[in-house]
Design a binder for this molecule. Structure first.
Ligand SMILES: *[C@@H]1O[C@H](CO)[C@@H](O)[C@H](O)[C@H]1NC(C)=O
Ligand SMILES: *[C@@H]1O[C@H](CO)[C@@H](O)[C@H](O)[C@H]1NC(C)=O
Ligand SMILES: *[C@@H]1O[C@H](CO)[C@@H](O)[C@H](O)[C@H]1NC(C)=O
Ligand SMILES: *[C@@H]1O[C@H](CO)[C@@H](O)[C@H](O)[C@H]1NC(C)=O
Ligand SMILES: *[C@@H]1O[C@H](CO)[C@@H](O)[C@H](O)[C@H]1NC(C)=O
Ligand SMILES: *[C@@H]1O[C@H](CO)[C@@H](O)[C@H](O)[C@H]1NC(C)=O
Ligand SMILES: *[C@@H]1O[C@H](CO)[C@@H](O)[C@H](O)[C@H]1NC(C)=O
Ligand SMILES: *[C@@H]1O[C@H](CO)[C@@H](O)[C@H](O)[C@H]1NC(C)=O
Ligand SMILES: *[C@@H]1O[C@H](CO)[C@@H](O)[C@H](O)[C@H]1NC(C)=O
Length: 364
């Protein structure tokens, strides 16, 4: 009997020794603060994946690169669901030296409160902050390159991420599902960059933006894929930032619920959109100040009262125009109560025109 016990004790001890063994040349799992210390002191580069199986505040100053993924998720299997659901205590993750992750950075577990990687410059694959319900502060102040970006952070108060330059994946996407308490998301989109490198596919990539408390959004990127904006509270959109002179949407710019205004920044000299689609929005006065557009659809916008085609519309080529189901729209060539002409038809051929709605007698 006593022999049996000592055998078990020995076995446990053996398991613990191997568990805390850290080999920087392979995959590394951090399970406690001892492991974190070992990584800090011994690993500049981790050649494999870094698994964060730790649920207390820890720091990785000293670590510079991870060639695989960095992943933090609740280990349901080993610890049980109760452990995963216990959100009573939160903790922080930080490294002031980590510069590069050649795989993905994925946080799937909600007790993380602060993520502080101020030196991180590149995450070659995916950044995914998902189900991180307790995440309030994210510092990625030096991040210039990533493959894709997914944000679902209901408690977010601060996001430092204003240096983005280029996508590193062939099929990039940006998915902003929940911006928490953030009132501005402008920094993310502010730089007048063309975020594509020569080999990105521009067919599939898209930006999905569903902010919660963001009141206004200024888009400064010069080249965009399709973008879908559906706000969960009232939002004003501005196309073009203070430093942006040229902007091009290669697919559909789709503007939906709760967007109350769409403005064009004064600095923008050239704005082209392939398909401009305003549907179910809260826009009341829509000015289609686009230098070039192929398809315009304006459907089901209950607040819309006035639609303008400025003089630049005269040079639109091969336009497809669809307007309908905007219950309060009265289409007119001149602005209500003045002589100002607000509707300029394209002078060249149009592909098709379908307009359902009320219009004044001068309209056709
Ligand atoms: C490291 O982990 C990855 C997946 O996470 C796995 O494919 C690979 O075989 C592991 N490498 C080693 C040396 O265990
Ligand atoms: C996390 O970091 C913040 C800001 O530095 C600090 O106020 C908070 O106490 C930290 N939380 C934990 C659990 O360490
Ligand atoms: C990062 O990953 C890419 C693609 O697998 C590879 O070509 C490149 O050599 C890796 N970089 C480093 C520093 O390991
Ligand atoms: C973490 O988030 C959960 C789910 O939203 C919440 O119930 C819990 O109170 C939060 N914990 C802390 C310490 O803020
Ligand atoms: C683009 O793809 C080509 C062919 O696959 C490759 O030779 C080139 O290095 C790539 N360029 C970049 C910037 O990734
Ligand atoms: C629009 O915003 C209001 C709050 O201002 C919200 O109740 C509603 O659900 C939002 N609509 C959509 C479709 O998200
Ligand atoms: C405006 O941008 C589009 C798309 O990039 C381009 O084709 C067009 O030549 C530009 N127009 C002017 C006047 O620069
Ligand atoms: C005009 O647009 C229609 C419908 O989108 C398309 O089928 C046609 O090829 C276009 N014509 C030219 C000359 O671009
Ligand atoms: C459009 O016409 C219908 C039917 O004549 C009318 O009931 C409605 O009030 C009109 N709407 C506007 C915005 O003038």
């Amino acid at each position: 009997m006593s022999k049996g016990w000592s055998l078990i004790v020995l076995l446990l001890a053996a398991v613990q020794v191997t568990a805390s063994e850290i080999n920087c040349n392979g995959n590394v799992t951090i399970r406690n603060s001892e492991d974190a210390k070992t990584v800090r002191e011994n690993c500049k580069t981790i050649a494999g994946t870094l698994d964060l199986d730790i649920f207390e505040t820890f720091n990785l100053d000293g670590l510079e690169e991870v060639l695989g993924d960095v992943v933090h998720r609740c280990p349901t299997k080993e610890k049980g669901l109760d452990y995963c659901m216990d959100a009573s205590t939160t903790f922080n993750i930080s490294s002031s030296t980590l510069k590069m992750i050649n795989g993905s950075l994925a946080l799937y577990y909600y007790r993380v409160e602060n993520l502080d990687f101020p030196a991180l410059n590149k995450v070659r694959r995916e950044i995914s902050l998902y189900n991180t319900f307790n995440l309030t502060h994210v510092n990625l102040a030096n991040l210039e390159y990533f493959g894709t970006f997914l944000l679902q952070t209901p408690s977010l108060i601060e996001l430092k991420l204003d240096k983005f330059k280029e996508f590193t994946s062939l099929v990039p996407y940006v998915n902003i599902w929940d911006t928490g308490k953030l009132e501005s998301f402008d920094e993310f989109f502010q730089n007048p960059v063309n975020p594509y490198n020569v080999n990105n596919s521009v067919v599939n990539p898209f930006i999905d933006f569903h902010p919660l408390n963001v009141r206004s959004l200024t888009l400064g990127w010069t080249r965009m894929p399709s973008m879908n904006i559906r706000a969960k509270s009232e939002l004003t959109l501005t196309l073009g930032g203070p430093k942006t002179e040229q902007m091009e949407f290669e697919g559909t710019l789709k503007i939906g619920p709760n967007v109350t205004a769409i403005n064009r920044h004064d600095n923008l000299k050239n704005l082209t959109v392939e398909r401009f689609d305003v549907q179910l929005s809260a826009v009341s006065d829509l000015d289609l100040s686009l230098n070039q557009v192929t398809t315009v659809s304006v459907y089901g916008n209950p607040q819309l009262r006035q639609l303008r085609l400025p003089s630049m519309a005269q040079s639109w080529k091969n336009l497809t125009l669809n307007i309908g189901a905007n219950d309060n729209l009265l289409l007119s060539v001149v602005k209500d109560g003045s002589d100002e002409i607000i509707w300029h038809w394209p002078t060249g051929d149009m592909a098709s025109v379908a307009i359902h709605g009320n219009m004044t007698s001068d309209f056709l």
